[in-house]
Ligand binder design. Structure first.
Ligand code: FES
Length: 162
């Protein structure tokens, strides 16, 4: 899956933002563009990124698997990233996660059969005072003070959009 010439040009522009020898710093913005193209980060594309940046493929995999904003396997149309860190758990995040698993009939990291939802618990979303918190890709809008009722209406709304 070779990159388009337009993408390669963008990659070169991004590389120019960083001092000579610091091409690896361009990795994050480039991975965002690659994920925009594919919806996730296929290994072949990450290998090409390594070539573009003249770094080892493992260096790309390390970054892609470290940040939860990157998906290293295909995801559903809507990625439900729910915070599972302590402060959100104190106000019920674990119950919400369990409810989502039962409602969608999937486990953490899985995607519903209709391809609509992926459930991806993540660490702190930096909105600890408004937990439980969920951000929903692809636009990553925050939904705060979650309740079972809010989850039901959110899921209904997204299902109706299809
Ligand atoms: S602990 Fe959930 S947003 Fe920080």
């Amino acid at each position: 899956m070779p990159f388009t010439s337009e993408r390669l040009k963008q990659f070169e522009e991004i590389k120019k933002r960083y001092p000579e020898g610091r091409h690896k710093s361009a990795l994050l913005p480039i991975l965002h563009l690659v994920q925009e193209d594919h919806g996730w980060l296929p290994v072949a594309a990450m290998d090409e990124v390594a070539e573009v940046l003249d770094i080892k493929p493992i260096e790309v995999y390390e970054v892609a698997t470290f940040y939860t904003m990157f998906h290293v396997k295909p995801v559903g149309k809507y990625v439900l990233e729910i915070c599972r860190t302590g402060p959100c758990c104190l106000v019920g995040a674990e119950n919400i996660i369990q409810y989502l698993k039962e409602k969608l009939n999937i486990e953490e990291g899985e995607t519903t059969k209709d391809g609509l939802f992926t459930l991806k618990p993540v660490e702190c979303l930096a909105s600890c005072g408004t937990g439980p918190v969920l951000q929903i890709g692809p636009d990553y809008k925050y939904h705060e003070h979650l309740t079972i009722e809010k989850i039901d209406s959110l899921i209904d709304e997204l299902r109706s959009k299809g």
